[in-house]
Design a protein around this ligand. Structure first.
Ligand code: AMP
Ligand code: GLY
Length: 428
């Protein structure tokens, strides 16, 4: 099968790496890709939201599968674009319809969905400019901390956790009145703060059946000890000791099954990944958020741990045999540690030469996934905030993290930073 993968991050390098190993993968193209994806296929200069250019390319190259990496094209309706076009409708698109992508694209939609289908999540209310005064009252009477979320996509910056009411009132005004996130914050979800450990569970579904393809714990803060600003993710580990059979049984019964059944009941067309952002509160899982795609850097540990052929799973998703698929995992633990540009998640400078980056697969226990990298005349240079994600396997999380860090210690670029404490809770 010929495959077109949309995106250019570490997630896409990991997906390209995984798909290229499949016996079902003939030609693999990545739009636009990065220097890492180019090791497994052909990068093409088409933007993720340029559906017309993707159409032309898919017809020309007889593409059978389009795998959508990031959320934006999904929320913009790439699935519907392909399915409504007679010349494209037989192509398997790995991703939900535009309507179903609202599970990620609108926090208010996802909260309503969870309420309708009795899926455990934080209690909430939603407000707009018209209900601004009521919102202020709601905040003042709410317990602390309190969580404010811009309804729409805000590049991971739309969530504010406030420890006092004044701060919350200010953040609320910023979002609604001053349009801090433009249209994305014209509606704001306010919810109770949940205290616990977060874990993400990944599912592939055809909207009726599903398979759990892995889970991971992400480290979102820039600073060691989980301090400082939120980032896209500074590292991930899997498997997590508390994600045992009992916990996963609760996740399946209380969260995954009601979600998939809810999609079917509401006729929401969904052929793709669901990223369940969960929090473990006293051994009970609750949903913090849904994403309609794989996570980054979660994919960089989930794909290496998954033994099953992912392209075969996409085909099974398309032909109604997903329930029969056999999912198996590598017995090892996996960690990925992300190297970022100095200043990230704030301002940073690109085009810094990366040295020590000799080969992608340094040894059988480690892979250097590229995120923000670019080929320049002088060599491979930085091209984003998150630059590399080094994944390693080991007999436990601690060993995997040590190997990742050893490899990162041999790589350098001006301003390079990575957290040294990924997986700190898991000492063995
Ligand atoms: P979201 O974009 O909804 O995933 O929120 C981003 C991050 O904010 C999450 O990964 C959590 O760390 C945190 N967060 C969101 N909602 C809550 C909540 N209700 N209680 C505690 N933390 C939250
Ligand atoms: N690492 C979090 C995300 O992909 O949303």
């Amino acid at each position: 099968m010929n495959i077109l993968l949309l995106g250019s991050g570490g997630r896409e390098h990991a997906l390209a790496w995984k798909m290229s190993k499949s016996q079902h993968c003939d030609q693999l193209f990545i739009a636009p890709g990065n220097t890492g994806t180019a090791l497994h296929g052909t990068n093409i200069n088409i933007a993720v939201n340029d559906f017309e250019a993707q159409k032309k390319f898919c017809i020309e190259k007889q593409i059978n599968i389009v795998v959508v990496g990031p959320e934006e094209p999904l929320v913009n309706g790439v699935y519907d674009f392909f399915k409504k076009d007679n010349s494209l409708k037989n192509i398997i698109v790995v991703g939900p319809s535009k309507e179903a992508a609202q599970l990620e694209g609108s926090k208010a939609f996802s909260k309503k969905f969870m309420q309708w289908h009795n899926i455990p999540t934080a209690a909430y209310a939603e407000f707009t400019k018209d209900t601004f005064e009521e919102g202020k009252k709601y905040i003042t009477q709410h317990s602390l901390p309190i969580v404010l979320k811009a309804d729409g996509l805000a590049a991971g910056k739309g969530v504010v956790i406030c420890n006092n009411h004044n701060e919350a009132l200010q953040a609320f005004e910023e979002m609604i009145i001053n349009k801090q996130f433009g249209d994305a914050s014209s509606k704001v979800v306010i919810e109770e703060f949940l205290s616990g450990i977060e874990v993400s569970v990944f599912v592939l579904t055809d909207g009726k059946e599903y398979q759990i393809i892995g889970h991971a714990k992400d480290y979102k803060r820039i600073g060691e000890g989980d301090t400082g600003l939120n980032t896209g993710g500074m590292g991930c580990v899997t498997p997590i000791p508390f994600v045992d059979d009992l916990f996963m049984q609760k996740v399946e019964e209380k969260i995954i099954k009601p979600t998939i059944n809810g999609l079917a009941k509401e006729n929401l067309e969904y052929y793709g990944f669901i990223f369940f952002g969960l929090i473990n509160v006293n051994s009970e899982p609750l949903v913090i958020e849904y994403n309609c795609r794989m996570g980054d850097p979660e994919t960089e540990v989930v794909m290496p741990r998954l033994n099953t052929d992912i392209v075969a799973l996409f085909a099974a998703m398309d032909n109604g045999t997903l329930a029969d698929a056999n999912i198996s995992f590598n017995d090892a633990s996996f960690a990925t540690v992300v190297a970022v540009s100095g200043g990230y998640p704030g301002e940073y400078i690109k085009n810094k030469l990366i040295s020590g980056l000799q080969t992608e697969q340094l040894n059988k226990n480690a892979i250097v996934f590229h995120a923000g990298t670019k080929q320049a005349e002088q060599g491979i240079v930085t091209n984003g905030g998150r630059v590399l994600a080094v994944t390693a396997s080991g007999k436990n999380i601690k060993e995997a993290v040590i190997i990742s860090k050893e490899i990162l210690n041999n790589i350098s670029f001006e301003g390079m930073y990575f957290r040294k404490d990924i997986g700190y809770e898991f000492e063995s």
